[in-house]
Design a protein around this ligand. Structure first.
Ligand SMILES: [Zn+2]
Length: 157
């Protein structure tokens, strides 16, 4: 097998049979003595795969398909679901608009107790909320940021 190495003394590439490795020859370019060697193969480190890129289901994907739809959320009272428009779904939280109070509520995902999806809609019992929703989200009570009122926190949406 033919291999190549660089002359010890000049930039010349020397081609030689691999069995001759270790021999000292006179470089045909510069005339100096040089040892034939097999250059080490550079080791390219494998980039570590960040855990974040591991495929997994997440709430963003789950809720993302319901953006701009009315969903049921227990945004006012525990265990009672009210209609709210899902207005944004981000990496960190989801946002609903509660029309009758004109407020936007942002829930970080860790506040979700569970999400119920059902073919043909989720029926919820109760005086207020005996309705059907494409999806119902139960959240822990309760963090409310009031609309666009200056809270001084901006969320990337
Ligand atoms: Zn040389």
């Amino acid at each position: 097998m033919l291999v190549e190495c660089k002359c010890n003394n000049c930039p010349a590439q020397l081609e030689f049979e691999s069995e001759n490795v270790g021999q000292v020859i006179a470089c045909p370019t510069c005339g100096m003595e040089t040892t034939l060697y097999v250059p080490p193969v550079p080791i390219v480190p494998k980039p570590a795969v960040p855990a974040k890129e591991m495929p997994q289901a997440n709430f963003r994907d789950l809720l993302g398909k319901y953006v701009n739809q009315k969903i049921g959320v227990n945004c006012k009272e525990p265990k009672k679901y009210h209609p709210a428009e899902l207005v944004a779904v981000t990496d960190e939280f989801f946002s609903i608009f509660v029309a009758d109070k004109s407020i936007t509520v942002h829930y970080p995902y860790h506040q979700i107790v569970h999400v119920i999806e059902a073919k043909g809609g989720v029926s919820t019992p109760g005086f207020w909320s005996s309705k059907e929703y494409p999806v119902v989200v139960e959240v822990m009570q309760l963090i409310v940021y009031s609309g666009a009122v200056g809270i001084g926190v901006s969320f990337p949406i």
